[in-house]
Design a protein around this ligand. Sequence first.
Ligand code: HEC
Length: 153
Amino acid sequence: MIMRKVLLTATLAATCWAGVAQAAMKPDDAIVARKAVMRVIGLNFGPLGAMVKGKVPFNQEVFKANTQRLKLVSEMPVEKYFPKGSETGKGTTVTQDVWNEWDEFEEGLKKWRMELSKLADVAQSGDEAAMRKQFAATAKTCKGCHDDFREKK
Ligand code: HEC
């Protein structure tokens, strides 16, 4: 009897958690979340661009640290920050195309994660030429997605 109660409680708790995990985010919260992730990505990616373009001296340590952070942040469930209903509001710059072409958008996120993961690996090798090359490949995924899924300025 006690055992059954424990089991029932455990099952209920698990069901509740699953419910919480699956509930779509509120549109405004989702917009804040995705902008925050992108902002952190930009803060870490920007300095690498400055190095690659020769605006600041190449710094292996910064390159390594930033690419580790980029890889980790990109693993956040960004897909969840685009619930239906978050097409407008809170200063979002997203376009409706995200939802019209969801598969393509998701593919873009996958590719982005893959390239950032490679970038973190290459940074560990310390091979500057390879780091520059992989930076360019990664930057293409940013630009590609922004061109397709953000409002043109
Ligand atoms: C698969 C799509 C996708 C990829 C890949 C992507 N972004 Fe974004 N990014 C977006 C979208 C969509 C927005 C607009 C979010 C909004 O306004 O709601 C955005 C917004 C931004 C912003 C503005 C954030 C703000 O404060 O409003 C920055 C900075 C940014 N991205 C940097 C990057 C960088 C750097 C990369 C590559 C390393 C990258 N993004 C890759 C989709 C993407």
